[in-house]
Every structure is written in structure tokens, then in C-alpha cells.
Write a protein that binds this ligand. Structure first.
Ligand code: ADP
Length: 247
């Protein structure tokens, strides 16, 4: 469970996140949508403590994030970004095992956990011996997901994890990811600017605009009953495949 209370983050004169309060209950997928620059990534970075709020608080599993507990709380959160963010000089296995090594896990424990995750994310096991630039985009994201899940975090944060993939690979991974989220029952926060993807994953959707929450709730409600012109425009802006064809 994550709670944001009146969180504001500024970069100079720019307000990236504006007085945002939200509750992200456990075992649910919350999707953050909104145009580029609306504050989605900053919100995730605030939750995982990569950046600190100028005002307001972030609470993870009942503990308020502070400079002193951020390291231990971060172990409860897995983070996946658009291009995977894998270390290029480490193999897939090296990337996945890095934090566990650091925390002093035994080799047997590491190997057993990696076997479990390889099956979960459906990665051919031999791929783990490759370096990131020897893997396809989809495989890199599967490795990145393994790395995020290695310590069995209670929270999973994904920042446009499928944004750089071509449509068919993306659809495959969407299916697998949704299945994984349901099976693991974690608190998932998923950022996308694709409303179709948001509807596919999201039990709960928050639309961001200019650093603030414009509307949140069920996807069906957002689509059928947008409460502002901006929300209506955002939904309208996504083109259906046949929309431009003249018959
Ligand atoms: P989104 O993820 O929705 O595209 P971001 O959270 O990346 O939006 O950015 C929100 C706003 O904050 C943007 O105007 C962006 O330029 C600004 N911003 C984000 N990160 C930084 C940073 N490290 N330094 C300065 N400005 C930033």
C-alpha cells in the first residue's frame, strides 16, 4: 500500500507534480496516464525515493519515506523503465543477481530464485548468459522485470515498460505481464500514455495533466464520463485503426 499526501515537486520554476494525493492499495494495478510532461515519471521517482518532494509525504507500507529509511524501503519496490535500464557490462544473470549478491544471499538461494523467475517471465534460460545488447527489446524487458522482482518486492513500479517495443512483441508482453501481476498479487503502478494499454492493465486509472490528477477511477468511467474537457480530449486523441479510412 502506498499513500501520497499533498505531494509537490518543483524543478526550478517548473512544477512537475502539483499537490497530488492518492492511495494505491495493495494487490491492485493502478495505471498512470497522461501526455508527455504531465508528471508521470516524476511521480514514480518520488515513490521510489529517487527524488524528494518539496512538500507532502510518501508512505510505503505504513512508513513515511525519509532519507534514513529510503534504502531499506527501496528493497520492497521493483522498478522497470522503458529501455530496461540494464547495466550493459553485466550479463542478464549479472543484472538480475546484483542486489541479492550485494545483500549477501548465498549462491544457492540466488540460483533458485533466478530459476523461479526465468519460468515466471518465460525467458529462455540460455538468454541470461547474454549481455543486454545481445538481447531483443522484449527479452531485455523480461530480464529487467526479473531484476525488479528478484527481492520479491511488495510494490512494482513500471515506467512505460513496453513503450519501445513493436506492436506484436508488445501485445505478447502485455498478456504475460497482466498474467504475472494477477498471479503475484502485488501493488503495481504502471505508467503509459497509451489508453488501450491502460484499459488492459488498469483496475484503477489516474489521468495526469500538468502535474495534477485530472480524473481518477475506473477506466470505463473515464472513457464514458470524462469530467473535464481535457479528459475528453485526451481520450479522443487516440485514433482507432479505421477512423481515417473513407469507405
Ligand atoms: P512524464 O513522465 O509525464 O512525461 P515527467 O515527470 O518526466 O513527465 O516530467 C514532468 C515535468 O517535469 C516536465 O515538464 C519535465 O520537463 C520536468 N522535469 C522532470 N524531470 C526533471 C529534471 N530532472 N529536471 C528538470 N525538469 C524536470
Amino acid at each position: 500500500m502506498i499513500q501520497l499526501d499533498a505531494v509537490t515537486k518543483r524543478y526550478g520554476a517548473e512544477v512537475a507534480v502539483r499537490n497530488v494525493s492518492m492511495e494505491l492499495p495493495g494487490e491492485r494495478t493502478t495505471v498512470l496516464i497522461g501526455p508527455s510532461g504531465s508528471g508521470k515519471s516524476t511521480l514514480l521517482r518520488l515513490i521510489i525515493g529517487l527524488t524528494q518532494p518539496d512538500a507532502g509525504t510518501v508512505t510505503v507500507d505504513g512508513q513515511q519515506l525519509t532519507q534514513t529509511n529510503i534504502r531499506s524501503l527501496r528493497h520492497r519496490m521493483g522498478y522497470v523503465i522503458q529501455d530496461g535500464g540494464l547495466f550493459p557490462h553485466l550479463t542478464g544473470r549479472g543484472n538480475v543477481a546484483l542486489m541479492a549478491h550485494h545483500l549477501g544471499w548465498t549462491q544457492d538461494r540466488i540460483d533458485a530464485r533466478i530459476d523461479e523467475l526465468t519460468t515466471l517471465v518465460q525467458l529462455p534460460p540460455d538468454r541470461l548468459a547474454q549481455y543486454p545488447d545481445e538481447l531483443s527489446g522484449g527479452q531485455q524487458q523480461r530480464v529487467s522485470l526479473m531484476r525488479a522482482l528478484m527481492l520479491d518486492p511488495s510494490v512494482l513500479l513500471l515506467d512505460e515498460p513496453l513503450g519501445a517495443l513493436d506492436p506484436m512483441i508488445r501485445t505478447d508482453l502485455q498478456d504475460d505481464l497482466r498474467d504475472i501481476f494477477r498471479r503475484l498479487g502485488k501493488t503495481v503502478i504502471f505508467v503509459t500514455h497509451d489508453i488501450g494499454e491502460a484499459g488492459f492493465f488498469g483496475d484503477h486509472v489516474a489521468l495526469l495533466h500538468d502535474g495534477a490528477i485530472e480524473q481518477q477511477g475506473r477506466m470505463a468511467t473515464l472513457v464514458r464520463e470524462p469530467t473535464s474537457q481535457f479528459a475528453a480530449d485526451f481520450i479522443q486523441a487516440q485514433r482507432a485503426p479505421l477512423e481515417h479510412l473513407e469507405e
